[in-house]
Design a protein around this ligand. Structure first.
Ligand SMILES: O=C(CO)[C@@H](O)[C@H](O)COP(=O)(O)O
Length: 223
């Protein structure tokens, strides 16, 4: 499924906090709870100090789900893996501005592979660094924690970059926020202009995923 058009608030559960012994059931649980997007955290143990999943796992999950697969490549050399993740079933591929390679070439490769492209900034990176290429992307991802691990505390200062990006770039692209999003912090993220909220521990750490998702969405919508 393609990334939903801008104009709606979407919650994207982050697979990193799911139970890896039964990933297909975990994905299906959130799919049945009404989300349109699943956020796939791809880590290489080099760009970030953690290792997660590769294309074979994405490909297996693709057979079980119709969700939009939002692949967040936390890897040093994204260009080496774009085709593999696209062939595995990613719909949208986000890479880091801090990673290796010319970002324009990386975006072109993502589109050639049949996916929409996104660019991500880490907490220390200024949003101005993505302005020139923003119009080539369907979504900008603003990290509100240092990438690598779930369960960290939301950094409001980082989320303020969303307000700058929204004001400068308008409403025609999605702004995604990732890290420490829960019922308490989603309102602030929404107020600052984010419309796509990644939530890992707040969704998968909850017994009732539907309720957790609805509470996060409500708080973002009411903001
Ligand atoms: O990309 C990352 C971490 O690198 C995130 O997607 C986290 O996995 C979000 O987890 P929570 O902060 O929501 O628990």
């Amino acid at each position: 499924m393609h990334l939903p058009e801008p104009g709606t608030i979407e919650i994207a559960p982050s697979l990193l906090s799911a139970d890896f012994s039964c990933l297909a059931e975990e994905v299906s649980d959130v799919e049945n709870s009404g989300v349109k997007i699943i956020h796939l955290d791809i880590m290489d143990g080099h760009f970030v100090p953690n290792i997660t999943i590769g294309p074979p796992v994405v490909s297996s999950l693709r057979k079980t789900s119709d969700l939009c697969f939002d692949a967040h490549l936390m890897i040093s050399q994204p260009q080496r893996y774009i085709k593999d993740f696209a062939n595995a079933g990613a719909d949208h591929i986000t890479f880091h501005i801090e990673a290796e390679g010319d970002p324009r070439d990386t975006i072109a490769m993502i589109e050639e592979a049949g996916c929409s492209a996104g660019i991500c900034i880490k907490p220390a990176t200024s949003p101005e660094e993505v302005l020139e290429i923003a119009s080539l992307c369907r979504m900008i991802l603003v990290m509100t924690v240092e990438p690598g691990f779930g369960g960290q505390v939301f950094r409001e200062k980082c989320a303020e970059k969303c307000a700058f990006l929204r004001e400068t770039l308008g409403k025609d692209l999605r702004i995604e926020v990732d890290g420490g999003i829960n019922e308490q912090t989603a309102g602030k993220a929404g107020q600052l202009g984010a419309d796509t909220l990644v939530a890992g521990s707040a969704v998968f750490g909850s017994r009732n995923r539907r309720e957790a998702i609805e509470k996060i969405a409500d708080s973002a919508i009411k903001s």
